[in-house]
Design a protein around this ligand. Sequence first.
Ligand code: SF4
Length: 284
Amino acid sequence: MDKGRSTMYEVNSPSRESKTLDSLSLFIGTGECNANCAHCAGRAHRKYAPEEDGILNEDLIRQTLEDCHNQGARYLSISSSGEPTLSPISITKVLRMTEEIKHCGISYSPINLYSNGIRIGEDQQFCDDHLQSWKDLGLTTVYITVHDINEKKNAEVYGVKSYPPLEKVISRIHKPGLLTRANLVLSKRTIHSPEKFAQTINHLQKIGVDSISAWPIRGQDDTLDPNLAPTSEELDQMGEWIGKRDPKKGKIVLLRENSRIKYKNREKLTLFPDGTLSNTWCNY
Ligand code: SF4
């Protein structure tokens, strides 16, 4: 067992520092991705991902859902070492499982799906086939990672030739009644000045994003990237700008190092493709 990892046994162990979990994140799917980000932290986990969509360790996932719920977790997120929307069968299976365990009094809400948005923006058939049924199975929000509101810049960071218009991605998520959250990655290569930050938030709210979470870019070792992250002063100014903003325009959260206390206190756990449960995202 690698240092820093925990197992299913430890979730129930009386030695855990915190008795209350807040949320659980499940890694599912093949690890395939339609983007090629230079900073990808998912790659290290792909060797443990199944080769085919739909292959899940169902017993382990069900047990983890039950154990974490018993420890207080109510928020669930679905993520992947690649792009989850490329593994729709696995997403459907997990959502069905969350429906089934409701009969045993185990209910997660909200349930959120992480995505780079590319398939949603490019594949109408995929949206027609899945988004409504996932909403019916309890999915609440799709989290779209945004590097820049400029499509070319966004595509550049994603390592793809083109990125679909964000307006299209957002409207396709909204169509079946799902919510959208933009996860804004702040970096010197894209958004780092308080002015650009304000301009980006204004634009995202204008195109209908329901909520926004922003954080400074982190390295593959899960620590702040000192070369690319905005400075403390810039982050302070962004925080001040948010403080003056009318909250009626939508929720904006700026996640800084002190926001990671939940991870440190193990209130948030992730089930990784190799079957370990950890409070550290990059636990290899
Ligand atoms: S979209 Fe996510 S999983 Fe895909 S390459 Fe980028 S960081 Fe990695």
